[in-house]
Design a protein around this ligand. Structure first.
Ligand code: ZN
Length: 113
């Protein structure tokens, strides 16, 4: 059976080198989702109970999922939101990059066989 070599081994190795070269900094990564809430308080006379637009906040959290459907939320001071966004973006980019490098490595393995 003919093997389909859509890319040469040299091209695959070059693509892998490029992928590995411009990875986001590992030290920045945050696995989670940024959550933004506006909330009502426990005081029924407060303005926040009269209109949805007058609720308190926004409050920012990072939501993180763990095994067995467990989730945790970390309250985030507003000043840390940009740093959190960078970390979450770095995580996503790094993860996508890992998936692409893994696919390239599978192709490289197939070409070696
Ligand atoms: Zn209130």
């Amino acid at each position: 059976m003919a093997r389909h070599k859509t890319r040469t081994s040299a091209a695959l190795l070059a693509a892998r080198t490029r992928e590995a070269a411009n990875a986001p900094p590992l030290v920045d990564v945050i696995r989670g989702t940024l959550l933004r809430y506006r909330l009502t308080c426990g005081n029924p006379d407060c303005r926040c109970h009269r209109s949805r637009r007058r609720r308190h906040g926004p409050y920012w959290y990072i939501g993180v999922s763990y095994a067995k459907g467990r989730q945790r939320r970390y309250l985030l001071p507003a000043g840390q939101v940009p740093q959190a966004k960078r970390g979450i973006t770095a995580y996503k980019k790094l993860w996508e990059k890992l998936c692409r490098i893994s696919e390239l490595n599978l192709q490289i393995l197939k070409n070696q066989g």
